[in-house]
Ligand binder design. Structure first.
Ligand code: 3EB
Length: 308
């Protein structure tokens, strides 16, 4: 069974199909592709069954469940929609451990009264986690990413498994779930990374130019890229073994880069090509707004010892 992301599509949507007998759950988004194949595949062991529940498509086997959904949102209903989608994901992953969440928020930087859409999204997500706090205390939150997308579809996806996932924090950053209130009434609910204990896999959340809780180097793409990479290295070091992302290591890597302004990638992307992407088994660079308007780039990664 496979969870797949497909970028630069005409509209955001969830599709399911069977390819050579293998069930594929696909989240398509409109985010333009700047480099890479345009697809990211998460091959999961087992032969899952499709189930549709609460407006969400799930693909489920004994060992794994993944899910994806979209919901039409506007300034008025985004918080509630985020809460409902997270309620559904937490409900339908019960009995498994969520290893990773993904979020695409339409016009993520747009102001909503005193707040912005990302803060509204965080509020709804935090409310859903609060109702499941017996399973998801702050220190047990899974890795995630949350970036912008076009149109009006809030898109979410998750992977959960029976094996445990141990969250990892970045010593250079305040845990996101402890961000001070100036970043929004409810802090973001995610861990910087996670190690799947028996799966030999490391998930690194979306990682940007943030130290402690402050954005560094507004308007300087190269410095932001450098800071994001230092953060990637710091969190990989915190997750033992430290060499998960090193070029020669025995891991297959999937890297996804979100770039706000395509011209930044065109001018400066080659540095990243050498540094990180050249050694990746699959990678995509897609255009997306980042959750704080001053941030220009965010990088996430997934390293596995055995790539199916
Ligand atoms: C940050 O570190 C940058 O809200 O799920 C990165 C990863 C970011 C996940 C989320 C947000 C999220 O705060 C943004």
């Amino acid at each position: 069974m496979q969870l797949r992301f497909s970028f630069q599509q005409n509209q955001s949507a969830v599709y399911n199909s069977v390819e050579d007998g293998d069930p594929v759950l696909c989240l398509a988004t409109t985010n333009p592709l700047l480099a890479g194949s345009g697809q990211e595949c998460w091959q999961l062991p087992g032969n899952g069954q499709f189930v549709e529940m609460d407006g969400m498509w799930l693909l489920r086997s004994d060992e794994y469940v993944c899910g994806a959904a979209t919901a039409t949102v506007n300034d008025g209903n985004l918080e509630q929609a985020a809460r409902e989608l997270y309620d559904a994901m937490l409900l339908h992953s019960a009995g498994y451990r969520v290893h990773r969440f993904w979020n695409f928020v339409p016009r993520i930087n747009q102001a909503v009264g005193e707040l912005d859409r990302y803060m509204c999204f965080c509020a709804g997500r935090a409310q859903a986690f609060a109702t499941h706090e017996h399973t998801y205390a702050d220190i047990e939150l899974p890795p995630a990413s949350a970036v912008g997308t076009g149109g009006d579809q809030l898109c979410v996806a998750f992977v959960a498994g029976k094996s445990d996932m141990v969250p990892v924090e970045n010593p250079l950053q305040v845990p996101a779930y402890r961000y001070p209130p100036r970043y929004g009434p409810r802090p973001p609910s995610f861990a910087r990374a996670g190690v799947v204990s028996d799966g030999d896999a490391l998930f690194i959340s979306g990682t940007a130019s943030i130290r402690a809780s402050e954005s560094l180097y507004p308007a300087d793409f190269m410095k932001q890229l450098e800071t994001a990479i230092e953060n990637l290295q710091a969190v990989s070091t915190a997750a033992q073994p430290a060499d998960w992302l090193a070029p020669g290591a025995a891991y297959q890597r999937t890297v996804r880069v979100y770039v706000k302004q395509p011209q930044d990638w065109q001018r400066h992307g080659s540095g990243l090509d050498q540094h990180l992407l050249k050694h990746a088994a699959q990678f995509n660079v897609i255009q997306a707004d980042i959750c704080r308007s001053e941030l220009l780039v965010e990088i996430e990664a997934w390293a596995t010892r055995s790539f199916c």
